[in-house]
Write a protein that binds this ligand. Structure first.
Ligand code: CTP
Ligand code: MG
Length: 180
Protein backbone atom coordinates (compact mmCIF):
# COMPACT_ATOMS: atom_id res chain seq x y z
CA UNK A 1 0.00 0.00 0.00
CA UNK A 2 2.67 2.50 1.06
CA UNK A 3 5.06 1.17 -1.59
CA UNK A 4 2.36 1.50 -4.21
CA UNK A 5 1.56 5.09 -3.13
CA UNK A 6 5.20 6.20 -3.09
CA UNK A 7 5.97 4.46 -6.40
CA UNK A 8 2.91 6.01 -8.06
CA UNK A 9 3.65 9.49 -6.70
CA UNK A 10 7.31 9.33 -7.75
CA UNK A 11 6.52 7.96 -11.21
CA UNK A 12 3.74 10.47 -11.86
CA UNK A 13 6.00 13.38 -10.84
CA UNK A 14 9.16 12.31 -12.70
CA UNK A 15 8.30 14.49 -15.76
CA UNK A 16 8.12 17.42 -13.31
CA UNK A 17 11.32 16.54 -11.40
CA UNK A 18 13.61 16.38 -14.41
CA UNK A 19 13.01 19.81 -16.08
CA UNK A 20 14.78 21.93 -13.45
CA UNK A 21 17.82 19.68 -13.54
CA UNK A 22 17.87 19.71 -17.34
CA UNK A 23 17.64 23.51 -17.23
CA UNK A 24 20.68 23.67 -14.96
CA UNK A 25 22.66 21.61 -17.48
CA UNK A 26 21.35 23.42 -20.58
CA UNK A 27 20.87 26.93 -19.20
CA UNK A 28 22.56 30.01 -20.57
CA UNK A 29 21.94 32.47 -23.35
CA UNK A 30 19.24 35.09 -23.45
CA UNK A 31 17.34 35.66 -20.21
CA UNK A 32 13.54 35.52 -20.55
CA UNK A 33 13.15 39.02 -19.13
CA UNK A 34 15.64 40.37 -21.70
CA UNK A 35 17.41 42.24 -18.92
CA UNK A 36 14.33 44.32 -18.09
CA UNK A 37 13.78 45.60 -14.60
CA UNK A 38 10.71 46.41 -12.54
CA UNK A 39 10.90 48.61 -9.48
CA UNK A 40 14.69 48.79 -9.88
CA UNK A 41 15.14 45.03 -9.85
CA UNK A 42 15.27 42.45 -12.62
CA UNK A 43 11.87 41.04 -13.55
CA UNK A 44 13.20 37.46 -13.39
CA UNK A 45 17.01 37.63 -13.53
CA UNK A 46 19.73 35.94 -15.56
CA UNK A 47 18.95 32.54 -14.03
CA UNK A 48 15.76 32.10 -16.12
CA UNK A 49 16.68 31.66 -19.78
CA UNK A 50 14.77 30.68 -22.92
CA UNK A 51 17.19 27.85 -23.59
CA UNK A 52 16.97 26.40 -20.07
CA UNK A 53 13.18 26.62 -20.09
CA UNK A 54 12.85 24.98 -23.53
CA UNK A 55 15.35 22.25 -22.67
CA UNK A 56 13.65 21.53 -19.36
CA UNK A 57 10.20 21.33 -20.92
CA UNK A 58 11.46 19.09 -23.71
CA UNK A 59 13.35 16.83 -21.30
CA UNK A 60 10.32 16.35 -19.06
CA UNK A 61 7.99 15.68 -22.00
CA UNK A 62 10.36 13.17 -23.59
CA UNK A 63 10.84 11.48 -20.24
CA UNK A 64 7.07 10.96 -20.01
CA UNK A 65 7.12 9.29 -23.44
CA UNK A 66 10.05 7.08 -22.35
CA UNK A 67 8.29 6.17 -19.08
CA UNK A 68 5.25 5.04 -21.08
CA UNK A 69 7.51 2.66 -23.00
CA UNK A 70 9.05 1.02 -19.91
CA UNK A 71 5.99 1.43 -17.65
CA UNK A 72 4.47 -2.03 -18.22
CA UNK A 73 7.76 -3.79 -17.42
CA UNK A 74 8.35 -1.70 -14.28
CA UNK A 75 4.73 -2.09 -13.18
CA UNK A 76 5.08 -5.85 -13.54
CA UNK A 77 8.35 -5.99 -11.64
CA UNK A 78 7.02 -3.86 -8.76
CA UNK A 79 3.57 -5.34 -8.75
CA UNK A 80 2.21 -1.78 -8.83
CA UNK A 81 -0.01 -0.37 -11.56
CA UNK A 82 1.96 2.76 -12.52
CA UNK A 83 0.26 5.57 -14.45
CA UNK A 84 0.86 6.17 -18.16
CA UNK A 85 1.16 9.72 -19.49
CA UNK A 86 -1.02 11.19 -22.20
CA UNK A 87 1.20 13.64 -24.14
CA UNK A 88 -0.74 16.60 -22.72
CA UNK A 89 -0.08 15.36 -19.19
CA UNK A 90 3.67 14.96 -19.70
CA UNK A 91 3.93 18.34 -21.38
CA UNK A 92 1.78 19.99 -18.69
CA UNK A 93 3.89 18.55 -15.86
CA UNK A 94 7.15 19.61 -17.54
CA UNK A 95 6.16 23.12 -18.61
CA UNK A 96 4.31 23.65 -15.33
CA UNK A 97 7.45 22.78 -13.36
CA UNK A 98 9.40 25.38 -15.33
CA UNK A 99 6.69 28.02 -14.96
CA UNK A 100 6.45 27.41 -11.22
CA UNK A 101 10.19 27.94 -10.90
CA UNK A 102 9.99 31.10 -13.03
CA UNK A 103 7.13 32.37 -10.86
CA UNK A 104 9.28 31.81 -7.79
CA UNK A 105 12.13 33.85 -9.31
CA UNK A 106 9.65 36.64 -10.00
CA UNK A 107 8.63 36.61 -6.33
CA UNK A 108 12.26 36.42 -5.19
CA UNK A 109 13.19 39.52 -7.21
CA UNK A 110 10.13 41.42 -5.92
CA UNK A 111 11.18 40.62 -2.35
CA UNK A 112 14.73 41.87 -2.98
CA UNK A 113 16.45 38.49 -3.23
CA UNK A 114 19.24 38.43 -5.81
CA UNK A 115 19.79 35.62 -8.29
CA UNK A 116 20.69 32.42 -6.48
CA UNK A 117 19.32 33.56 -3.11
CA UNK A 118 17.42 30.91 -1.17
CA UNK A 119 13.74 31.22 -0.40
CA UNK A 120 13.05 28.22 1.85
CA UNK A 121 9.70 26.61 1.15
CA UNK A 122 9.17 28.36 -2.15
CA UNK A 123 12.35 26.79 -3.63
CA UNK A 124 11.13 23.30 -2.74
CA UNK A 125 7.50 23.56 -3.79
CA UNK A 126 7.28 26.18 -6.59
CA UNK A 127 7.69 23.65 -9.38
CA UNK A 128 5.35 21.10 -7.76
CA UNK A 129 2.53 23.62 -7.60
CA UNK A 130 3.20 24.76 -11.18
CA UNK A 131 3.37 21.18 -12.48
CA UNK A 132 0.19 20.07 -10.72
CA UNK A 133 -1.81 23.11 -11.80
CA UNK A 134 -0.75 22.85 -15.45
CA UNK A 135 -1.30 19.08 -15.52
CA UNK A 136 -4.79 19.65 -14.11
CA UNK A 137 -5.52 22.20 -16.85
CA UNK A 138 -3.92 20.17 -19.68
CA UNK A 139 -5.28 16.73 -18.76
CA UNK A 140 -8.06 17.01 -16.13
CA UNK A 141 -9.34 13.44 -16.43
CA UNK A 142 -5.87 11.95 -16.18
CA UNK A 143 -5.04 14.27 -13.29
CA UNK A 144 -7.98 13.27 -11.11
CA UNK A 145 -7.46 9.57 -11.85
CA UNK A 146 -3.73 9.75 -11.03
CA UNK A 147 -3.41 12.32 -8.26
CA UNK A 148 -5.80 10.95 -5.66
CA UNK A 149 -5.62 12.65 -2.26
CA UNK A 150 -3.21 10.06 -0.78
CA UNK A 151 -0.93 10.36 -3.84
CA UNK A 152 -1.02 14.17 -3.58
CA UNK A 153 -0.13 13.96 0.11
CA UNK A 154 2.89 11.76 -0.68
CA UNK A 155 3.97 14.17 -3.45
CA UNK A 156 3.86 17.16 -1.10
CA UNK A 157 5.96 15.40 1.56
CA UNK A 158 8.37 13.53 -0.74
CA UNK A 159 9.18 16.34 -3.18
CA UNK A 160 10.89 18.78 -0.79
CA UNK A 161 13.06 15.93 0.50
CA UNK A 162 14.06 14.84 -3.01
CA UNK A 163 14.63 18.46 -4.02
CA UNK A 164 17.05 19.10 -1.16
CA UNK A 165 18.92 15.84 -1.84
CA UNK A 166 19.30 16.40 -5.61
CA UNK A 167 20.33 20.05 -5.25
CA UNK A 168 22.96 19.30 -2.63
CA UNK A 169 24.16 16.52 -4.95
CA UNK A 170 24.30 18.87 -7.95
CA UNK A 171 26.17 21.43 -5.82
CA UNK A 172 28.73 18.85 -4.65
CA UNK A 173 29.21 17.76 -8.27
CA UNK A 174 29.88 21.39 -9.20
CA UNK A 175 26.82 21.61 -11.45
CA UNK A 176 25.07 24.25 -9.37
CA UNK A 177 26.44 27.36 -7.68
CA UNK A 178 24.30 27.00 -4.56
CA UNK A 179 23.09 23.92 -2.71
CA UNK A 180 19.37 24.95 -3.09
N1 CTP B 1 18.05 27.78 -15.66
C1 CTP B 1 17.68 28.34 -16.90
N2 CTP B 1 16.35 28.55 -17.19
C2 CTP B 1 15.38 28.23 -16.30
C3 CTP B 1 15.73 27.68 -15.04
C4 CTP B 1 17.08 27.47 -14.75
O1 CTP B 1 18.53 28.63 -17.72
N3 CTP B 1 14.07 28.44 -16.62
C5 CTP B 1 19.49 27.56 -15.38
C6 CTP B 1 20.24 28.86 -15.11
O2 CTP B 1 21.54 28.72 -15.61
C7 CTP B 1 20.23 28.92 -13.57
C8 CTP B 1 20.40 27.45 -13.19
O3 CTP B 1 19.66 26.75 -14.21
O4 CTP B 1 21.27 29.71 -13.07
C9 CTP B 1 19.90 27.13 -11.81
O5 CTP B 1 18.50 27.31 -11.74
P1 CTP B 1 17.84 28.05 -10.50
O6 CTP B 1 18.44 27.63 -9.21
O7 CTP B 1 16.37 27.92 -10.67
O8 CTP B 1 18.22 29.60 -10.81
P2 CTP B 1 19.12 30.65 -10.00
O9 CTP B 1 20.31 30.97 -10.83
O10 CTP B 1 19.31 30.19 -8.63
O11 CTP B 1 18.20 31.94 -10.02
P3 CTP B 1 16.92 32.28 -9.10
O12 CTP B 1 17.42 33.01 -7.91
O13 CTP B 1 16.11 33.13 -10.00
O14 CTP B 1 16.26 30.98 -8.78
MG1 MG C 1 18.52 28.84 -7.45
Amino acid sequence: MVVSLVATAFWAMLPAYVPNNAAVLAGGGRPIDGGRTWGGRRVLGDGKTWRGTAAGTLAGTLLAVALNAVGPAVSGALGVSLPTFPLAAGFGLALGAMLGDIGASFLKRRSGRERGAAFPGLDQLDFVVGALVLALVAAPGWFSATFTLPVLAVVLVMTPVLHVVTNVGAYLLGLKNEPW
